[in-house]
Ligand binder design. Structure first.
Ligand code: GLN
Length: 534
């Protein structure tokens, strides 16, 4: 194919309408029709990346294989498309300004006044085009974070306007996602907010090509016609997106609404046969018809905001479907667990996952949780800090080291079973400096992990500064907690297991980032399997 085609997805009326899911669903359909597609997210905030953000701000920080700390929407893109994203797929205003300012300091603009237009917009356009450099993709979908009308997103909207002008309407289209609220007092669906948000786009020089209307209730033909007329779009280009029980149904809804066909027609691309989406439908069938149910406790300190554990929650959906099992996730606040109540609170769970995290808040509750799972032979999965807690608990309660800790929390402990990695010791800056992205790990054939993966060499994504302190390797091994996964280059311990336990696996990496609908993560699949008590 000669040229890359661009689709921009903007949002109006409110945030949280699911632009990420609509973008991922459209991408899935285009992929199923034979196109290579990538998705990119532009975030209007000034942080250079979301790595320094508290999960309460924008939910989980998603990590790509190439080690970028990114927005959680990239997780949706990978879960839907089953292809990896990279640093180029997530841009923030901070990153854009950082490169422009660096260029200015180098003297690249010497003599010129550096301005939002053209310098910032040029940099935005450069980064949009970077995703498909070398024509890697037929189509790039770029989702613009926030809501039109926000001061922060203006340079992005202006860049879209320029790209539309430069590339022409057959190479660049805009899909605008809005809300059609239902007013119960009058029993009506209201289109005015949509009209207003389209007006805001028009004020910025953009006529949307397609409107996707989020709604709780089905829209009548009359409503679609009215929106089409008032917003100056074709009637077929008004697409309904009604609430569904799972995000994984959205691609099928969009297929019924012919969103993919409308997009391809507008981009002057051939429309192949309606894709069967066999594997996807198979997954949905299993998801909706479970034969088992398990309740798994997810113990973490950000549980008030489930988006903080988005990839873990989605991994349970994929692995649950694979096991034809409904996984009910019981979100448990680690700060609420005490010596007095933890047994009662954790009683009855079929499995326990201790979540990743940073800092000391809630750590004691996590350690108590590990103790409960270990002593009661409850399937246990520890991820990153969760694995580190498992090591600390084992040292304290089995190896008789009551003060054992991670130096992240107690740097004076006499038994630093978890310690700062050597290469981290000289690092001062917090942003982008952890051990990030994909690293190799070699598995011991005699382990639950090997049984899950079915191979000895794996690559998994990381996001941490602390590690298992290998001075303690022998004593752990001798007493029944063994390292079964090791990084071949650095010798860092990646996986700890208790072979005598029903299923006790702690991983230093983040398996949740690489679970997809088509490839549920093997460790999650085996964990859920172990939780199903037949
Ligand atoms: N805080 C721990 C570390 O930096 C664990 C990080 C995590 O759970 N992602 O090593």
């Amino acid at each position: 194919m000669a040229d890359v085609k661009y689709i921009f997805v903007t949002g109006g009326v409110t945030s949280s309408l699911g632009k990420g899911i609509i973008s991922a669903s459209l991408a899935k359909l285009l992929q199923a029709r034979g196109y290579s597609v990538s998705i990119q997210k532009l975030d209007p905030y000034i942080n250079v990346d979301p790595g320094t953000l508290n999960p309460y701000e924008h939910g989980e920080c998603y990590v790509t294989l190439d080690g970028a700390e990114t927005d959680l929407d990239l997780g949706h893109y990978e879960r839907f498309l089953n292809i990896p994203t990279s640093q180029a797929n997530n841009i923030t205003t901070g990153r854009v300004y950082q490169s422009v300012i660096n260029k200015e300091r180098k003297g690249d603009y010497l003599g010129k006044t550096v301005q939002v237009i053209p310098h910032i917009t040029d940099e935005i356009k450069r980064r949009i085009k970077l995703v498909s450099s070398g024509n890697k993709f037929d189509i790039v979908i770029t989702e613009i974070g926030g809501t039109v009308g926000d001061i922060e997103s203006l340079p992005y909207i202006e860049s879209v306007r320029q790209m539309k002008w430069e590339l022409g309407s057959q190479n660049c289209i805009v899909i605008h996602l809005t809300l059609v609220p239902y007013l119960s007092a009058s029993g009506e669906l209201k289109t005015k907010p949509t009209q207003h948000s389209v007006k805001v786009l028009l004020e910025n020089g953009i006529q949307p090509d397609i409107l996707v209307l989020r709604t709780e209730r089905n829209l009548t033909g009359d409503i679609k016609r009215k929106v089409a007329l008032f917003c100056n779009v074709e009637e077929e280009a008004v697409v309904e997106s009604v609430d569904v029980s799972t995000i994984y149904e959205v691609p099928l809804k969009m297929l019924d609404e012919k969103l993919d066909q409308t997009v391809l027609r507008k981009l002057a691309l051939p429309i192949a046969e309606r894709p069967p989406l066999t594997e996807w439908r198979e997954f949905l069938k299993k998801l909706k018809n479970p034969k088992h149910t398990v309740c798994i406790g997810l113990v973490g300190k950000y549980v008030e905001l489930p988006d903080a554990y988005k990839s873990i929650a989605e991994s349970f959906i994929h692995s649950g479907a694979e096991n034809e099992c409904e996984v009910i996730v019981d979100y448990i606040h680690s700060e609420d667990l005490t010596e007095h109540n933890y047994v009662e609170r954790l009683n009855g769970l079929n499995g326990i996952l201790v979540a990743p995290g940073f800092g000391s808040r809630g750590i004691d509750g996590k350690i108590l949780t590990v103790k409960y799972a270990r002593e009661n032979n409850i399937p246990f999965f520890g991820i990153c800090l969760g694995m580190q807690c498992a090591v600390i608990e084992f040292a304290r309660n089995v190896l008789n080291m009551p003060d054992a800790h991670s130096t992240e929390i107690n740097h004076k402990t006499k038994n630093p079973v978890i310690d700062l990695m050597e290469e981290q010791k000289s690092i001062i800056d917090k942003g982008g400096t952890m051990r990030l992205g994909g690293y190799k790990c070699i598995l011991d054939k005699n382990s639950k992990s090997y049984a899950a993966y079915g191979k000895t060499e794996i690559v998994e994504r990381h996001r941490h500064r602390f590690e298992f302190n290998d001075k303690y390797l022998d004593i752990f091994k001798k007493n029944g907690m063994v390292p079964v996964g090791i990084n071949p280059e650095s010798n860092l311990v990646e996986i700890m297991e208790i072979p005598d336990h029903k299923w006790f696996v702690g991983v230093q990496f983040h398996p949740e980032y690489s679970s997809t609908v088509i490839n549920p993560h093997p460790l999650f699949v085996q964990f859920v399997k172990a939780c199903i008590t037949v």
